[in-house]
Ligand binder design. Sequence first.
Ligand code: ZN
Length: 51
Amino acid sequence: MAYHSIKRDIHHIYKKCTVGNNIEKNNLKNGTGGKRLCKTCADIKAGIRNR
Ligand SMILES: [Zn+2]
């Protein structure tokens, strides 16, 4: 499930994303928010980064 921070202009698709993990609960929203995909999540998706 996609999620994003209202404070950032990117969204995440993986729970294990280290950037996404740093989002404070107050700023966390479900969905993409119409924002671009996070680079770390993109790397995980591409198989470059496993965890
Ligand atoms: Zn991410």
